[in-house]
Design a protein around this ligand. Structure first.
Ligand code: ZN
Length: 150
């Protein structure tokens, strides 16, 4: 039953991604590309006083990449940079199939993405938005490619 619920979340967010758009006032922006699958996105963040005040993205790709980006934007809005960095580490562990970190907070809807760990060819679809997020927050000058990331 839980698996069906998770699938429904992925399908819903994959077909109707939340927080799509372009933000000309973004204080951080990054592009990400997953050459394995062809997923692309551009992430826009407005960071004020150490918090993610706004976040949106534009992109195209498979349902898993779009669902991951959509769920990520919902999860990080309003969070502090410290919380977001911790969430990145937790999600990265979950997506690549490592045991969750002992301090991890409940993932809520993000747990729906955990199923991709069983499909190695799809893991980078799910990690792409998260690597792009981290790179944006670090203001890295070059676009993200999942070829360079694990
Ligand atoms: Zn993909």
């Amino acid at each position: 039953m839980l698996e069906e619920l998770y699938q429904a979340v992925i399908i819903d967010h994959g077909r109707h991604p939340r927080n799509q758009g372009v933000d000309p006032e973004a204080t951080a922006r990054q592009e990400g590309f997953n050459p394995l699958c062809g997923d692309r996105l551009v992430l826009y963040l407005v960071v004020r006083e150490g918090c993610i005040e706004r976040v949106c993205f534009e992109g195209e790709g498979c349902a898993i990449s779009m669902a991951s980006a959509s769920l990520m934007t919902e999860a990080i809005k309003g969070k502090s940079l410290e919380q977001v960095t911790t969430l990145f580490a937790t999600m990265h562990s979950v997506l690549v199939g490592k045991p969750a970190l002992p301090t991890a907070e409940p993932l809520g809807k993000l747990a729906a993405l955990g199923g991709v760990a069983a499909y190695p060819s799809r893991i980078k679809c799910a990690t792409l938005p998260w690597h792009t997020l981290l790179s944006a927050l670090r203001h890295e000058p070059h676009p993200v490619s999942t070829d360079d990331a694990s």
